[in-house]
Design a protein around this ligand. Structure first.
Ligand code: ADP
Ligand code: ZN
Length: 628
């Protein structure tokens, strides 16, 4: 909404300026009523009379009802040439006219130029007309584009704000890897299909289901599948659509939505990102947000307003259930919460199977191997992965998706688009040392994930990358593992400093350091892995958000805070020293690996370990076997 006003201003400004100039232009033309007289030199009335008496005047044209005259007179000084002169005449001088007629002068009068007045009028109109036309155009534009930048005229009307799908066409079979959620939601389908079965025994059908999970885990898909399985219409809106600039708009949208839904019951209403509107009321900076509170109140009222058995079931999705207003979670509202987690390896495999259905895969492609390589991927990531692989396959004019396309697609989904490699230069060499630093530290530490490959081909924001074989869905991570990760992440900066010296280190390590600090801090404040002892000093969500956390004080004193900082510092310091030492001890190997990397641009993990083992003892890791 704010945005649309900015657009409005952007439009109005040039219109104003143009309008102003046209207006001005029209004004000055209307002032020039006499037309040609502007060009003539002025002559005083007295002189005019003298000329007249001397018989030098040959013609008089009267303008403006006889108040101005253009006089043609003979100029005696200039070879009797005819001069055109302008004279202001006194008003109403009948004698003058008589005299002019007597002396047989060409006499003519010109009526006041009406077109001048018309121009003046038009000039005055042009500006407002342009302004109105501009605004009209603007509003039309904004209301024609649903979800477009501006909706300024759409007060309260939620036209095209929520989507309705009569048939979603999605079935539970299309949603994979979230079996528990599916099981629970199966019941909702039965509510919609056979409500009698429940009402007959006096059961109250739940009105709201809250799906909790990070983005891309398939919450929308699940809600659509419920509608699809039950064969009912699907209404959807995003919580952020409710939050508008004008107070009351959100509330009226809610009213509209429920009205439409009631007309189409039984049906599903899906509210995405409900936390945008359902945050704790009366909190946040500067007191509550009136608009949001009104919208939330309206939502609560609507939910209470319809009987439990009208066949409308509201499904809401969020990844922040902790910020929701408790009123939303009360019985009779969103009283069921279903967690939709990122899939585990089995889940990933079945999601891949769903999305591979309509894709041509070469026989050697193993979905199982892909599932193993993609811990942490959500359903949306996996769908995206297969799609990227298909696009690459088409671009390479292959018949079917093969493993290299899959590999490239994984890299792309994880790290972004591939860029063009740097030409050989000092900075390429520096990045080479940085990456080899990560890789060598990662390889030499027993508790670090093994290196998968090192590359100098830029991707996304990164100018070089070291890939590690990710650990499979590990629920528990040991202290030694976190320390290894911190040391590994510091390996890049350590190599830069050891090789090029203190003054040459670069900003390239910024991201690494951010991760390092985060991990070290969590070791101290959350996992009790420091000399401060086994204390939890921070709430689960480290993030400050406006709904609630801002109000709570930190749970420790200033003194503890200082000690936390000191501990974090100590951990990072020690790990950095270790990393530097490892680079120093293996300087010869590092140099050789960097040369090779600059030449080949990518070294895979196996070769990397092979070369390194010629110089030093490389510890065995369990997961070497599962690689490549
Ligand atoms: P969310 O609503 O949780 O952010 P979506 O339901 O919008 O996620 O998921 C986006 C897309 O990702 C879906 O359209 C689907 O293609 C794919 N997807 C996500 N989760 C799954 C899943 N569990 N099974 C199959 N496909 C999935
Ligand atoms: Zn780095």
């Amino acid at each position: 909404m704010k945005f649309s006003w900015r657009v409005a201003l952007l439009w109005a400004l040039p219109i104003l300026v143009i309008g102003f100039f046209l207006w001005q232009g029209a004004f000055s033309s209307s002032a020039m009523t006499g037309g040609s007289n502007a060009a003539a030199t002025r002559m005083s009335y007295g002189r005019f009379l003298d000329y007249l008496n001397a018989g030098r005047v040959t013609s008089v044209d009267l303008y403006e009802g006889g108040r101005t005259a253009i006089v043609e007179a003979v100029d005696l000084d200039l070879d009797n040439r005819i001069q055109r002169l302008r004279v202001d005449l006194p008003a109403n001088d009948p004698q003058l006219i008589a005299k002019l007629r007597e002396s047989n002068i060409n006499l003519d009068t010109h009526p006041p130029r009406n077109d001048g007045a018309i121009w003046g009028l038009l000039g005055n109109l042009v500006f407002p007309v342009l302004l109105i036309a501009g605004l009209f155009f603007l509003f039309r534009r904004s209301s024609n584009a649903p979800g477009g930048p501006g909706q300024a005229m759409n007060f309260g009307k939620s036209r095209a704000r929520f989507q309705m799908e009569a048939k979603t066409g999605v079935l539970f079979d299309d949603v994979a890897g979230v079996d528990e959620a599916k099981e629970e939601l199966q019941e909702v389908v039965t509510f919609l299909k056979k409500p009698e079965r429940f009402t007959a025994v006096g059961a109250r059908i739940p009105k709201g289901v809250l799906l909790v999970g990070q983005p891309g885990t398939g919450k929308t898909l699940l809600a659509k599948a419920i509608a699809g399985e039950a064969g009912v219409p699907f209404f959807s809106i995003s919580g952020s659509e409710f939050v508008e600039m004008f107070v009351g708009v959100g509330a009226s949208r809610v009213r509209d939505l429920f009205k439409k839904a009631k007309e189409n019951a039984p049906c599903i209403i899906f509210i995405d990102e409900i936390d945008a509107v359902g945050r704790q009321r009366g909190a946040g900076i500067g007191g509550g947000n009136d608009e949001r509170e009104q919208t939330l109140n309206q939502l609560l009222t609507e939910m209470d307003g319809f009987e439990g058995n009208t066949g409308i079931i509201i499904i809401a999705a969020t990844n922040r259930p902790d910020v929701l207003d408790s009123a939303l979670l009360r019985p009779g509202r969103f009283d069921r919460q279903i967690t939709v987690d990122a899939p585990d390896i089995k889940g990933r495999l079945s999601i891949l199977e769903v999305h591979a259905r309509n894709k041509k895969l070469a026989p050697e492609v193993s979905l199982d191997a892909i599932a193993r390589r993609t811990p942490g991927f959500t359903g949306a990531d996996l769908a995206n992965l297969l799609n990227e692989a298909a696009i690459l396959t088409a671009r390479r004019r292959k018949e079917a998706i093969t493993m290299p396309e899959i590999d490239d697609a994984v890299d792309r989904v994880v790290a972004g688009m591939e860029g063009t490699p740097l030409v050989d230069s000092k900075s390429k060499r520096l990045i080479g040392y940085h990456e080899v630093g990560h890789a060598i530290v990662g390889t030499l530490l027993k508790d670090h994930d093994p290196v998968q490959k090192v590359t100098l081909i830029p991707r996304g924001q990164a100018r070089g990358l070291t890939w590690f074989v990710p650990s499979e869905d590990q629920a528990l991570i040991s202290r030694a593992q976190i320390r290894a990760r911190i040391t590994g992440a510091l390996g890049g900066r350590a190599a830069e400093e050891v090789i090029f010296g203190d003054a040459e280190v670069t900003t390239g390590a910024g991201n690494d350091l951010q991760q390092v600090t985060g991990m070290a801090r969590q070791m101290v404040t959350r996992f009790g892995m420091s000399d401060l002892g086994p204390l939890s000093l921070e709430s689960q969500s480290g993030e400050v958000f406006l709904g609630r956390d801002l109000m709570t004080r930190s749970e420790y004193s200033e003194e503890i805070a200082a000690r936390i900082d000191a501990q974090v510092h100590t951990i990072v310091e020690q790990c950095y020293k270790d990393a530097c030492q490892m680079v120093r001890d293996n300087r010869v190997a590092v140099d050789r690996l960097v040369d090779l990397l600059i030449e080949k641009e990518t070294i895979d993990g196996e070769e990397f370990r092979q070369i390194l083992s010629e110089y030093t003892q490389v510890p065995e890791k369990e997961r070497y076997a599962s690689m490549s």
